[in-house]
Design a protein around this ligand. Structure first.
Ligand SMILES: *[C@@H]1O[C@H](CO)[C@@H](O)[C@H](O)[C@H]1NC(C)=O
Ligand SMILES: *[C@@H]1O[C@H](CO)[C@@H](O)[C@H](O)[C@H]1NC(C)=O
Ligand SMILES: *[C@@H]1O[C@H](CO)[C@@H](O)[C@H](O)[C@H]1NC(C)=O
Ligand SMILES: *[C@@H]1O[C@H](CO)[C@@H](O)[C@H](O)[C@H]1NC(C)=O
Ligand SMILES: *[C@@H]1O[C@H](CO)[C@@H](O)[C@H](O)[C@H]1NC(C)=O
Length: 450
């Protein structure tokens, strides 16, 4: 009898202890997860999570002060190996906050950063709104990444305001999701951006920028929601992105500083009101050495749109391997975008050295609209291996060419006369790699409590 009892007790204890071990192991499994992500210059020595600073991820409570406190705290560590701030699973409402150098913002796959809908959070002063949700200026070595975690701008209220404004007011919805100014070494990767009030990503006066593996989605009727607007930046690599937008999927602009050495590749784009890639702008500036390749687009107004205002110029643009399904215009270039009112321009705009190779398009209403200025011809245009199937409702004039000069080969439908002479077998695309392509990303990891 006694020994039976003892055996029973022994078995009970054994099972219980196995249970405890199991439990502990499960707790470990479910409550802490090792995640890997990319680093740019180096991985970070220090880690904190938003919860350490009292963040509440309930989708309601504002965490603006928490973000600010966390980043202020971590800024002390920038010189000591840098820091990363982990956004754990949850819905984290916040107003605008600024980043620091040698810093990583990691957004867990079950985390969502929600742009606050409380207008007072955005007002910096009377009528002056913050320009972005996540902001940075004069920084170096900044990484914004995650396991496809989300940043949702909840733009609806801002788009509605914009639409209801009287037409004389041209001010656009106030803020972009990310704006980084004068930042050197910037990586934005493996994230999802939703419902931006205005531009999604806006690097400005920055260099050595990598933007990759992003999903960016805004309703196609949401005004000015460009996916990525690279403005006056140099050495930029934009690759492997999926973008649905009410603005250009990618645009390259230039103001005071030139935009140079820019790669856009493996882009999938839907943009019924704008372009797959928009180059140049109303403002004068230089856009030079842009290489775009492996582009797929569905339902766009135009594929690559090139424009300049007075004094600006766009040159050495290379595009190859585009596949376009339903687009109004395949080629669109205009030498005076009409925004500049200077009656006596000191310099004429110029568009020179534009190369397109391997373009397939269907459901196209018009092939090309080339509009150069008198005495300022669009020149050095090269177009090869292009096959375009027209839409059921297509424009009578397929090529509208004024003040344009260049060559073509194997292009169908037949080009306009100024472009009819035969060019090289394939229009040029540079062989030598740009420095930004040689950047080796680090593999970093962090334990996230979930
Ligand atoms: C980032 O996303 C890409 C594309 O989805 C994926 O191949 C890659 O493994 C991801 N990188 C990391 C570090 O999660
Ligand atoms: C902020 O930084 C200080 C000094 O580095 C540290 O002692 C403190 O614990 C930090 N605060 C929080 C909430 O982590
Ligand atoms: C940032 O850097 C730019 C260019 O170096 C400089 O003109 C500007 O004053 C700096 N801004 C701040 C806030 O330091
Ligand atoms: C072109 O696209 C429209 C809108 O998506 C579609 O209704 C139409 O069937 C397409 N036409 C052709 C010829 O593919
Ligand atoms: C061709 O371009 C000229 C000048 O931009 C414009 O006036 C004309 O309407 C265009 N024609 C067609 C058929 O699009």
């Amino acid at each position: 009898m006694k020994s039976k009892h003892l055996i029973a007790i022994f078995l009970f204890l054994l099972l219980a202890s196995i249970g405890v071990v199991e439990c502990k192991r499960h707790r470990h499994l479910f409550h802490s997860e090792l995640v890997e992500f990319q680093g740019l210059v180096d991985c970070r020595k220090h880690t904190a999570t938003l919860k350490d600073f009292g963040g509440i991820g309930d989708g309601k409570t504002s965490n603006t002060q928490v973000f600010k406190a966390a980043i202020a705290n971590l800024s002390l560590l920038a010189a000591d190996g840098g820091a990363q701030l982990v956004i754990p699973p949850g819905k984290w409402v916040t107003g605008p906050f600024s980043l620091i150098s040698h810093f990583t913002l990691y957004i867990h796959k079950q985390a969502v950063i929600l742009g606050s809908q409380d207008e007072s959070e955005w007002l910096l002063s009377k009528k002056r709104f913050s320009s972005s949700l996540i902001f940075g200026s004069n920084l170096t070595d900044v990484v914004i990444t995650g396991g496809n975690g989300k940043i949702d701008g909840q733009g609806e209220m801002w788009w509605d305001k914009f639409r209801n404004k009287n037409s004389s007011s041209s001010s656009r919805p106030p803020y972009n999701l990310i704006e980084m100014i004068h930042t050197n070494h910037l990586l934005i990767s493996n994230l999802t951006f939703l419902n931006s009030p205005s531009l999604n990503l806006h690097p400005l006066y920055s260099s050595n920028v990598i933007i990759q593996s992003l999903t960016i989605i805004a309703p196609t009727d949401a005004p000015n929601t460009d996916g990525i607007q690279s403005d006056s930046c140099t050495d930029v690599l934009i690759q492997d992105n999926y973008i649905v937008s009410g603005g250009d999927c990618v645009s390259v602009k230039s103001g005071w500083l030139p935009s140079e050495h820019i790669i856009i590749r493996k882009l999938t784009c839907i943009s019924p009101t704008s372009s797959v890639i928009g180059l140049g702008s109303e403002i004068s500036g230089l856009v030079h050495d842009v290489r775009a390749e492996d582009i797929i687009a569905f339902d766009t107004k135009s594929a690559v749109r090139i424009q300049t205002g007075f004094g600006g110029y766009v040159k050495d643009i290379f595009v190859r391997r585009m596949s376009l399904h339903k687009t109004n215009y395949v080629f669109l270039m205009t030498g005076n975008s009409g925004f500049n009112n200077d009656p006596k321009p000191k310099k004429f705009p110029s568009i020179r050295g534009i190369s397109f190779a391997d373009v397939l398009a269907d459901n196209v209403s018009m092939v090309a609209d080339f509009h150069g200025l008198k005495g300022d011809t669009l020149s050095g245009i090269c177009i090869s291996d292009v096959n375009i199937v027209l839409a059921n409702k297509y424009k009578k004039v397929q090529w509208n060419c004024s003040n344009v000069e260049g060559v073509t080969r194997n292009v169908n439908p037949k080009p306009c006369r100024p472009l009819a002479s035969k060019g090289p077998i394939i229009c040029p695309f540079p062989n030598e790699a740009l420095s930004i392509e040689g950047v080796q990303l680090k593999m970093c990891s962090v334990k996230v409590k979930t």
